[in-house]
Design a protein around this ligand. Structure first.
Ligand code: ADP
Length: 243
């Protein structure tokens, strides 16, 4: 039996009459990188917010590591700390890079938070950025710092919403390396939302396609790319889908 960190069951999220997400059943395997692809408006970000337990489902449930969360369950801080999300346009605090990365550790009461933050930045090859002021960073550097700030907390799950949209190829490469490094060295389970099928193919072990809030198909990346069962998957992967 596979070891699923998330099990989604008849998970529905509606905003008014609009059904943003409707997943009959989905499992996310501990330690995997799962790519979620799909056109704009297909429910990818909504799904990520549901996984982050930030928004209650309209119906159905998200089981995280054995605990069932439905629209009525309150989320314990200890559970919330096990997952962290990085958005497309991260907001950094108006302080140094080091303070930004140390902040979460400090909140958790870690004494040597600045030392730990520096060591972590250094390990990621970003030690030279530590003294910089967040406001002076390039967009690509800011995104790298946002990722470091999330990873330093050692989450079990990293939820990434289009982490490299609008980035230049150099920074895309650096961020992708950080994502793979976190997964391989720290065993972080990663859910990567992207409309970029090439990125999903480069990073993910499995990929799921969403359309209109529903899962069309999920499978091991190379299988999905070479022999998708659903014609809509083939069309999306080949860039032939009009949306
Ligand atoms: P994607 O991330 O794939 O672009 P989203 O999850 O952002 O898709 O959106 C899915 C659908 O849900 C869209 O039709 C969007 O307009 C709607 N939606 C998302 N968030 C909200 C919200 N907070 N209020 C109302 N509608 C929303």
């Amino acid at each position: 039996m596979r070891d699923s960190i998330y099990i989604l069951d008849r998970l529905v999220k509606r905003y008014g009459h609009r059904e943003a997400c409707n997943i009959a059943h989905m499992e996310i395997i501990r330690g995997e990188i799962l790519g979620i692809i799909g056109p704009s408006g297909s429910g990818k970000s909504t799904l990520l917010r549901l996984l982050n337990l930030l928004e209650p489902p309209t119906s159905g449930s998200v089981t995280f590591d054995g605990t069932v969360f439905d629209g009525h369950t309150s989320v314990d801080i200890a559970v919330r700390r096990r997952m962290t999300m990085v958005f497309q346009n991260p907001l950094l605090f108006n302080t140094s890079v080091l303070s930004n990365v140390a902040y979460g550790l400090k909140v958790r009461g870690e004494k040597d938070n600045r030392e730990k933050a520096y060591q972590f930045l250094d390990r990621l090859g970003m030690g030279d950025l530590a003294r910089e002021h967040a406001a002076t960073l390039s967009y690509g550097e800011a995104q790298r710092v946002a990722l470091a700030r999330a990873l330093v907390l050692g989450p079990d799950v990293l939820l990434l919403d289009e982490p490299t949209a609008n980035l230049d190829p150099f920074n895309v490469g650096v961020i992708e390396k950080l994502i793979l490094q976190a997964n391989r060295e720290m065993g972080t389970t990663i859910v990567l939302v992207t409309h970029n099928v090439f990125q999903a193919r480069r990073l993910a072990g499995r990929v799921a396609l969403l359309l209109d809030g529903r899962e069309v198909e999920v499978g091991p990346t190379e299988e999905l790319f070479s022999q998708a069962r659903d014609p809509r998957t083939r069309a999306f992967i080949n860039g032939e889908m009009v949306y």
